[in-house]
Design a protein. Sequence first.
Length: 386
Amino acid sequence: MKFEVFWTNPDYKVRPELRENIECDYLIVGGGITGVMLAYFLAKDSDKKIVLIEKDTIASGATGKAAGTLVLEGEVDLKDMMKIYGREKAISYWRAIHEALNTIKEVVTEENLECDYELQDAVYASMSRGHDSTIFEEYEMAKNMEQSVELVSGKDLLKVLNTPLYRHAIVYKNHGVSVNPLTFTQNLSRVTEKYGFTIYENTPLVHDKRRIAVTPHGTIKFGKMIMAIDSEARHSKIKRKNTTLMVTEPLTEAEIISINMVSKKIVWDTKRNYHYFKLMPDNRLLIGYGDKYVRKKFTETTPQGLAVKHTEDYLKKLFPNLNIRLEYGWSGSYGVTKNHMPVLDIRGNKWSIGGAGSQVVCVMAARHVAHKLLNNNSYVEEFFSN
Ligand SMILES: Cc1cc2nc3c(=O)[nH]c(=O)nc-3n(C[C@H](O)[C@H](O)[C@H](O)COP(=O)(O)OP(=O)(O)OC[C@H]3O[C@@H](n4cnc5c(N)ncnc54)[C@H](O)[C@@H]3O)c2cc1C
């Protein structure tokens, strides 16, 4: 088994580091999905001079290690959203997330982005009697919000997914988006250059003083600086979470038919929302298996032995008749806040954004920040902690 990130982007050419002193209106620090989407929105909607610096390469943080499962329910269930925010606010949060997911779809189409984009059903399933009420409650909420949602059990569930593990499931028709998160972000950064913005890779921000950002071989005089470094930000509200992904060897066509995955879907379950899987374009299963096993003794990319063992056990329970091996495994960190709201910290000309917890929320956050910077209205203000 290879303990390395599965995603690659062989055609991507890393840009040179900064080696001079420059000026800009907006300096974005961090080239993950948040920083790159923010740059995209700003570059498209304004003629400001925008510069992005990334200490490593674009998408080398959580973004390029992620599963690329973009769904409406990320860190929180709809029913938990209702508890946290109250009904009205939860409904507008749900709409905002929908909008962010639509934005991703539009950007992929408009910019002709190569990123293995696929629209798939999203399936949320319960695996034990104790979890049935979670699914039923969730379905009651979902059917009021969505037209294309269905609750399936027994034989109907087996038609959706042939596994003995699940008892009931909510099927959201075409609600999930599957992408390769590395190519999505790196290729978007390339596209964004045509709207007139500049990126320097291998260029860390070392420190800043009075509107001057200092990097190892050059300085940047900025109007506003926006930090988009997520789990690396030293912010009391942003907690670092570690999580693990595994990729199997490719399944045969017969194996895919046998588990009813011909029509692809993104599946996650009630027990932990880090149990999830999807079938990728090359017919490999990508499986997310929790944050529990890497929390204590964590190395940046190597998942611990236990994570491998538990993923193998999970796979056996999920599809007992499949005999497939895990081929890749890695771990990564990302930022979340306790109340699941991203943080936007504004201190004069230094802004900081992070803790979104999922890539769809990162896009919502990036759009919000772009609106605020360009003095446009943003109706998602209430979903940010500061
Ligand atoms: C293993 C894993 C699987 C995941 N799966 C999913 C999923 O399927 N779906 C989903 O929605 N979310 C998923 N997530 C969460 C998601 O990846 C993150 O919420 C999101 O990518 C965060 O993006 P970001 O741009 O805010 O941060 P990052 O991607 O971490 O980007 C921050 C960037 O800042 C750079 N940086 C830091 N310090 C400096 C500095 N001083 N100077 C310059 N640059 C700096 C870093 O190098 C990094 O590239 C997953 C996360 C992990 C770890």
